[in-house]
Design a protein around this ligand. Structure first.
Ligand code: NDP
Ligand code: KPL
Length: 302
C-alpha cells in the first residue's frame, strides 16, 4: 500500500452490520467499497438511519478484490467461508481479513489458507442494527466494539489507524480473542435460552432461569480460563445480567433466526464452546443439552 493513497477497505456481507459499517466507512471519508454477493448485484442506493433518526442515502462502490488492503466480512458465522471463497484467489496475498460476527470458528477454518504475510483480525460489535428492508438499515442501539490482530504480521500504521477509526476504538485490543470470548459468554447464556423459551432477553431475569444461566456461564468461563483467558465466573455472570437488563426488550438474534426458520449461529456459539471443552477436557453438559435443543428447534420449529 502506498503511503500517499488511502487504504482500500471493503465490506463483504451487506446485511444489518455490513451496511452499518459501510456507512461508517463513508462517514470517515473513505470510499464505501463493497464486494457484491453476485456479479453486478450491488444496489444503486443504500439507506442508513442513524441514532438521531436521520436518514442517509448513498451509493456503494463495487470493489476490485485485487486492489484491497483489507476486507471486512460481516456475514453470519456459518456464512463466512462460503462468502469469501469466490474472492479468495483474487485477493492480494497481503490483504488483511477482518471477521466481524458473533461466535467463533471460521478463523480456524481460514487460518491454514492464509498467505505467509497475511493477517487475520477479529472484530466484535454490540451495536444493534436492524434491517427494515434489504437495503434500508437502522442503527438501533449503541454498544462496545473491538478489533484486534488474531494472527499474522502487525498492520502498517495507516491501515491500523483507519480500522481503529472505523470501529471507533482508540487502539487495537491487545488480546482480541479474550474480548471475543467475553462476548461469547453473553451469547451462550442469552441467545439459546431466548430461542428455546420463545421470549425476549429481559424475561431471563426471572428466577426460574437462574440455575441454568449460572451453569451455562460457569461452563463457558471454565473453557475460556483453560485457554488462559482472564474471564472470571463472577465477572462473566455480572456481564450477562447487565446485558439482560440493558437489552430487556430485544428478541436475541438467535430467537429471530429460529423463529424465521433461518439457520442460527448456535454451532459457532454454544457448539464452539462444547467442541473446545471436549478438546481441553472441560465438561460442558448444560451447554451440550442446550445445543441439542436449539438444533432440534431449528429442524422442527417452535
Ligand atoms: N444485527 C445486529 O444488531 C448485530 C449482529 N451481530 C452479528 O453480526 C453478524 C452479522 O449479522 P447481521 O448483519 O445482523 O446479519 P444479516 O443476516 O443481516 O447479514 C448477513 C449478510 O451476509 C450476506 N451473505 C450471506 N451469505 C453470503 C455469501 N455467500 N456471499 C455474500 N454475502 C453473503 C447476506 O446476504 P443476503 O442479504 O442476500 O441474505 C446478508 O446480507 C452476525 O454474526 C451477528 O450475530 C452482532 C451484533 C449486533
Ligand atoms: C447481546 C445480544 C444477546 C442482544 O440481543 C446479542 O448479541 C444477540 O442477540 O445476538
Amino acid at each position: 500500500m502506498g503511503s500517499l493513497t488511502a487504504p482500500k477497505i471493503a465490506i463483504l456481507g451487506l446485511g444489518a452490520v455490513g451496511q452499518m459499517l459501510l456507512y461508517r466507512l463513508k462517514a470517515t471519508g473513505a470510499e464505501p467499497l463493497a464486494l457484491p454477493r453476485y456479479q453486478n448485484s450491488l444496489p444503486e442506493q443504500l439507506h442508513f438511519i442513524d441514532r438521531c433518526d436521520e436518514g442517509h442515502e448513498y451509493a456503494p462502490i463495487a470493489a476490485l478484490p485485487e486492489q484491497l488492503d483489507a476486507l471486512i466480512v460481516c456475514t453470519k458465522a456459518h456464512q463466512v467461508v462460503e462468502a469469501i471463497t469466490p474472492y479468495w484467489d483474487s485477493l492480494r496475498p497481503d490483504c488483511v481479513i477482518v471477521l466481524c460476527h458473533n461466535g467463533l470458528g471460521p478463523h480456524l477454518e481460514l487460518q491454514p489458507k492464509l498467505a505467509p504475510n497475511q493477517s487475520l483480525l477479529l472484530a466484535t460489535t454490540s451495536r444493534g442494527a436492524l434491517r427494515h428492508d434489504k437495503y434500508r438499515v437502522e442503527q438501533t442501539g449503541t454498544g462496545a466494539q473491538d478489533i484486534g490482530l488474531w494472527c499474522g504480521p502487525a498492520l502498517n500504521p495507516e491501515l491500523e489507524a483507519k480500522l481503529a477509526q472505523l470501529f471507533e476504538v482508540s487502539e487495537f485490543a491487545p488480546n482480541i480473542e479474550e474480548s471475543v470470548w467475553a462476548k461469547l459468554v453473553v451469547n451462550c447464556a442469552i441467545n439459546p435460552l431466548t430461542a428455546i423459551h420463545n421470549c425476549r432477553n429481559g424475561e431471563l431475569a426471572d428466577t426460574r432461569y437462574r440455575e441454568t444461566l449460572l451453569s451455562l456461564v460457569s461452563e463457558v468461563s471454565q473453557v475460556a480460563q483453560m485457554q488462559g483467558f482472564n474471564l472470571r465466573f463472577k465477572d462473566c455472570y455480572a456481564r450477562v445480567l447487565t446485558v439482560i437488563h440493558l437489552t430487556a426488550e430485544n428478541y436475541s438474534s438467535m430467537h429471530q433466526d429460529v423463529h424465521l426458520k433461518r439457520g442460527s449461529e448456535i454451532d459457532a456459539i454454544t457448539g464452539y464452546v462444547c467442541r473446545m471443552g471436549a478438546e481441553l477436557g472441560v465438561d460442558t453438559p448444560v451447554n451440550q443439552e442446550i445445543w441439542d435443543k436449539v438444533r432440534r428447534l431449528e429442524r422442527l420449529g417452535f
